[in-house]
Design a binder for this molecule. Sequence first.
Ligand SMILES: Cc1cc2nc3c(=O)[nH]c(=O)nc-3n(C[C@H](O)[C@H](O)[C@H](O)COP(=O)(O)OP(=O)(O)OC[C@H]3O[C@@H](n4cnc5c(N)ncnc54)[C@H](O)[C@@H]3O)c2cc1C
Length: 382
Amino acid sequence: MEFGWSEPERNYRARLRAFLAENLPEDWWSEYARRGPSAPKVMAFARGFNAKMVETGLLTRHWPRQYGGEDAPPWEHLILSEEMWSIGEPRSCAYMATNFIGPAIMAYGTPEQKAYHLGRIAAGDVYWCQGFSEPSAGSDLASLRTTATAADGGYLINGSKIWTSYAHSADYCMLLARTEGATRDGITVFLLDMRSKGVTVRPIPGMAGEQDFHEIFLDDVWAPSEARLGEEGSGWAIVRTALHGERVGAARHEAAARAVAHAVTYLKACGRFDEPVVKTRAVEALAATEAARLLVYDVFDRRAKNLPPTADTSIARVAMMLSDKAAANFIFEFAPEAVCLDGDPKLFTQVMKALASGVAAGASEIQLNLIARDHLHLPSGA
Ligand SMILES: Cc1cc2nc3c(=O)[nH]c(=O)nc-3n(C[C@H](O)[C@H](O)[C@H](O)COP(=O)(O)OP(=O)(O)OC[C@H]3O[C@@H](n4cnc5c(N)ncnc54)[C@H](O)[C@@H]3O)c2cc1C
């Protein structure tokens, strides 16, 4: 088995790094990245950055040619994620649209939805958010209570969403609402225009990143039938596929590995890398990032072979979460002074990211439940 990168893949990574070196401002880490990809300053920057990515054909290379991509293999998608996430995600929320919202529209959209939405995502001029979680439906997503009731030529949507990242600047929301019953079979996906009358967005202050969380209130929001993605009641299947894309979409293993390497450089510069315990802990943290890397690569290997996603996605996600925490704990234990607002922005960012990584995109306990059921085939409900 060959674990190395091919020459075209190495060239592609070098091209991305050159692009980043040319297009990120000198104070990128201290003034932008440390605030998180949802910070208004980063979101404003990303509009211009994404336009340049489009100009150079880098934003959606991994998409099919017919939808504005270049049919690049999944490995290039992974390289793109590694380079972007580990530098603080200068695309801001555009990574969600190119990773899993766009592909969901490719798989389930009407020709009109594909023409309209995919064209705009590939053009880099639209922001999306993801309206799944509700106050009483986070881990137990199937119990969501936002309703979409048939009304003249469309639906009236009522309810609320919580923890929605990027909602303050989003143009559209991939929204889950209940069109019937109380089970997962009654859930439907809507491609909701966030400018619709009756949509209110309120920020929730949090530690994970500047303006990261929001509530969305939906009061008699009218959505035309054309905004429904797939059939009524098909939402659960769509979401399951989308979550497979989301859970390995942010290359946390690479960011954690680079943060540990940076911490080692930092500690050496301060003359604090000589003690064996520091070296041992650095190696342990790096080992966690490498384990996560191989498990993520396994998921992409299945994609490259056109195999359907499995519980391997959850295994990789848990490994990434553990690598995030191992890197953050190493930094926090040996370079605590760097983890403050005017400390080292790369080390600060890693610790902030690790705070949320065991909750975002489905809590780690939920990933473990999925592994128990779908990988180990253990009985449930015992
Ligand atoms: C940084 C970040 C960004 C986010 N962005 C978005 C977004 O853009 N859109 C969106 O829709 N949501 C978003 N979320 C919300 C996220 O998906 C939820 O927080 C997550 O699904 C957990 O739901 P909850 O917060 O309601 O916790 P709960 O479901 O109340 O869970 C609380 C605790 O109980 C545990 N638990 C619950 N059920 C079980 C079980 N069956 N077995 C074992 N343990 C269990 C959980 O693991 C967790 O530790 C984001 C979250 C974070 C941290």
